[in-house]
Ligand binder design. Structure first.
Ligand code: F6R
Length: 244
């Protein structure tokens, strides 16, 4: 628990930088799982600063984003491809062939094979070294909504009403908000060697408490992380305020 999200984001950025550099010394790629949304924005700003001011290189980073709305044009203002380029990828030296964001332009027929290949790429690299997560108001991780199974795979999912309402401000109304998305499954998230979930503000306090202190249940997918051997919730004071 940190005093505020800025301090917390800086601490997480330091941890990521240390991991990237450790892998550089070993001449190995660093496999990062990345999230979008408001929670990691400060983290990405700090990583950009570390690159520009302190010479942190992302040349050995290979990243896989958690999710993308479906359907979604990559250049649309709401696309997670665009989000990642604007907040991170275009400002650091990651190689364009090394970042992956699920493709929102697939045909329905292509989705199953695409999702299988997305996971196969991660597996071929030995899995995700560090997975960054946010948490939805319903406890979703990625877009694994309530009811997602612990062994769920990467797939097309229907977004919960609560998720669509949260997104609707970005889409200028609920009727324009996508109903579906492609998400990394819970299984690949749980297989990551390390998981860091970020949550800020009192709006997240209830779901953080449920995820951390209540029972493990697929009604709250973030609660699965209780069973991960190297997962932490990084919180500001407000998001931690309901913890006992
Ligand atoms: C985004 C994602 C989502 C968000 C979650 C919280 O890639 O996977 O699970 O992390 O909806 O969103 P924010 O951070 O906007 O509160």
């Amino acid at each position: 628990v940190f005093e505020n999200s800025t301090d917390a984001s800086k601490a997480v950025a330091q941890e990521i930088a240390a991991l990237i550099q450790e892998k550089q010394k070993e001449n190995k790629p660093c496999i990062l799982g990345l999230a979008t949304g408001s929670s990691p924005k400060g983290l990405y700003a700090e990583l950009v600063r570390l690159h520009k001011e302190e010479g942190l290189s992302f040349k050995n980073v290979i990243s896989f984003n958690l999710d993308e709305y479906y359907p979604m044009e990559p250049n649309s203002i709401n696309s997670y491809v665009r989000f990642m380029k604007e907040l991170l990828f275009d400002h650091v030296d990651i190689l364009p062939e090394n970042y992956h964001v699920p493709d929102g332009l697939l045909t329905k027929e292509q989705i199953a094979d695409y999702c299988h290949d997305y996971e196969a790429k991660i597996e071929a690299l030995g899995g995700i070294d560090l997975q960054i997560l946010g948490i939805g108001g319903n406890g979703h991780i990625g877009f694994n909504e309530s009811g997602s199974l612990q062994n769920s795979k990467t797939r097309l999912v229907a977004l919960d009403h609560i998720t669509r309402v949260a997104a609707s401000k970005d889409f200028f109304g609920l009727s324009n908000t996508p109903r579906t998305a492609i998400t990394l499954g819970v299984k690949k998230i749980m297989e990551a060697k390390q998981v860091i979930l970020l949550a800020w503000g009192e709006g997240k306090a209830n779901i953080v408490k449920k995820s951390v202190e209540d029972e493990v249940t697929n009604r709250v997918p973030a609660s699965f992380l209780q069973e991960h051997n190297n997962a932490v919730f990084v919180l500001d004071k407000e998001a931690s305020s309901k913890l006992t």
